[in-house]
Design a protein around this ligand. Sequence first.
Ligand SMILES: Cc1cc2nc3c(=O)[nH]c(=O)nc-3n(C[C@H](O)[C@H](O)[C@H](O)COP(=O)(O)OP(=O)(O)OC[C@H]3O[C@@H](n4cnc5c(N)ncnc54)[C@H](O)[C@@H]3O)c2cc1C
Length: 381
Amino acid sequence: MKHPYLTDDHEIFRRSLRKFLEKEAYPFYDQWEEERMIPRSFWEKMGEQGYLCPDIDEEYGGSEVDWGFAVVINEELERVGSGLVGVGLHNDIVVPYITAYGTDEQKQKWLQKCTTGEIITAIAMTEPGTGSDLANIQTTAILDGDHYILNGQKTFITNGIQSDLIVVACKTDPKANPKHKGVSLLVVERDTPGFSRGRKLNKVGLHCQDTAELIFEDCRVPKENLLGEEGKGFLYLMEKLQQERLLVAIAAQTASEVMLKQTIEYVKSREAFGKPVSKFQNTQFKIVEMATEIEMSRAFLDQLIAEHIEGKDVVTKVSMAKWKLTDSAKKIAAECMQLHGGYGYMEEYEIARRFRDIPVASIYAGTNEIMKTIIAKNLGL
Ligand SMILES: Cc1cc2nc3c(=O)[nH]c(=O)nc-3n(C[C@H](O)[C@H](O)[C@H](O)COP(=O)(O)OP(=O)(O)OC[C@H]3O[C@@H](n4cnc5c(N)ncnc54)[C@H](O)[C@@H]3O)c2cc1C
């Protein structure tokens, strides 16, 4: 399907990326799922081909392309499997904090390596005791001479084990009132003294995605690793979370489109009572309902992406897309599995993996309940 904000250049790019993924990702995906990790070599190959952070400035190794290319990359990665979400997080969630709020020195030091795959990034907001209530984080960073002394624990961190550079949300002013004014963003590098990794977490799905705990014990972070200004971290997070939520909506939409396509193929090939399962009215109605929902969501999403690319304020609509599209992807996964019968519950059919992977989309990047609180507030309720 050709999206209105994409040109022929984007489609040519999509074809070469898909070809690349058919060679470098699809054949290995099951193995990565079993190994619970994507090898670094895949990141490096992505970097060699220009698929990591292509939007950043040429002087830092990027190609200065528009965000339509990010949409293509995230759609194609999702087509392979939701477990590749860590790449999108690096490209379009973490690195943008450095490009938007970093100093020239920080950009010179880190960005080039982010485009080659030498540096894998992560963002650490969530803690064992708090996720949705971000202003209530307990991790502290207290200035001591030329260093911040960082103490605290983070959990559920995507790219947690492999990351070389982590943007950590912390309190530089733990007594600030209101609390969110004490939040700052610090960049922690791989070998910083006092930084260690905790458990690599076992998840229901997204098996090849690396999710981990991070621990900071009197971790000495050079004060020049502060991103932007002290006390503005919460504001930066609120600004950048829009793009993160949009990416989750794009992935959910893509997953729904993939699941529907696979299910249509399956019900046409499977026979029961002497005819293809696709000939039962129930099957047709279910497929029609899903196809209608997906088509309408696509129209809303495309419009929203176009508005985001134009730089419009999309907070309410992004929150709507995030909850609605992830919610409907969960329902579509369940319907598609049902239409596969017993085979849908077997690992050799992709729908089984999709069914496991999709529920997290309504939890991360701000839960769907939090999305509804944002929409309610913006509706003046
Ligand atoms: C696979 C995975 C990857 C992740 N990756 C990252 C990452 O890279 N970096 C990172 O920082 N975090 C990451 N997270 C964490 C994720 O963003 C949080 O899990 C999420 O924000 C919810 O926080 P919580 O788990 O603490 O749930 P809680 O905040 O404890 O919420 C529990 C329940 O209460 C509901 N609730 C909470 N507040 C309200 C309210 N005001 N109104 C109504 N209901 C409410 C929630 O919606 C939820 O249903 C990841 C999580 C997962 C599972």
